[in-house]
Design a protein around this ligand. Structure first.
Ligand code: HEC
Length: 174
């Protein structure tokens, strides 16, 4: 019957594809291995692998270029304007953690004017906290991420201002 013939053909075709794929895999193995190849990595491109061929996943979009190297402090005067706009509600006008919203927070913000607490914290860590939120450095997510609101330069400016609030003064890397 025609139906059975098609089924038979389909089966033959499937077997054929598998056999071809296997022989392709075998042909790719052995002495022709590319140099510098990571162990365990398949030599066969996705289309030669045994059926059903998995749809190759699209390469993930490249992440935003990571900040490399040490973070330098931005302009504290520009940073004050940013702080007064976005940060005082929680951190308070002088960074004491006494802004109007602070009382409602599950975790009270750190006192940015306390140099003994703030000065030992590296710029990289504070920059990351401002850009990606408190959770990014293992602190409370009550500290929101600002990376979508502020540019990297603005974050450095804000950090410059945060550093300027400290008593005793911050004397670490600028
Ligand atoms: C919604 C309230 C809120 C706002 C707005 C906010 N913060 Fe925070 N921030 C916090 C809290 C709460 C913490 C403390 C998290 C902890 O200690 O677990 C914190 C922590 C920090 C820290 C880390 C210091 C430390 O070790 O505790 C820095 C730096 C900081 N904030 C800077 C900023 C800057 C700059 C802005 C404005 C761009 C800002 N914050 C806006 C709530 C806020």
């Amino acid at each position: 019957m025609r139906f059975q013939t098609y089924r038979h053909l389909a089966r033959v075709a499937t077997v054929g594809v598998v056999v071809l794929s296997v022989s392709a895999l075998v042909a790719c193995g052995g002495p022709k291995k590319e140099e510098g190849q990571a162990p365990g990595e398949s030599t066969a491109p996705p289309e030669q692998q045994a059926a059903p061929a998995p749809v190759p996943e699209a390469a993930p979009a490249p992440a935003a270029p990571a900040e490399t190297g040490p973070i330098t402090l931005g302009d504290a005067a520009r940073g004050k304007a940013i702080y007064d706009t976005y940060c005082v509600t929680c951190h308070g006008p002088t960074g004491k953690g006494d802004g109007p919203a602070a009382a409602t927070l599950p975790k009270k913000p750190a006192n940015h004017s306390d140099g003994n607490f703030m000065n030992p914290l590296p710029n990289e860590e504070l920059y990351k906290a401002i850009k990606e939120g408190g959770q990014a450095i293992g602190k409370s997510n009550a500290m929101p991420p600002w990376g979508a609101t502020l540019s990297d330069e603005q974050i450095k400016d804000a950090l410059g201002y945060v550093r300027s609030l400290a008593t005793p003064p911050y004397t670490g890397p600028k």
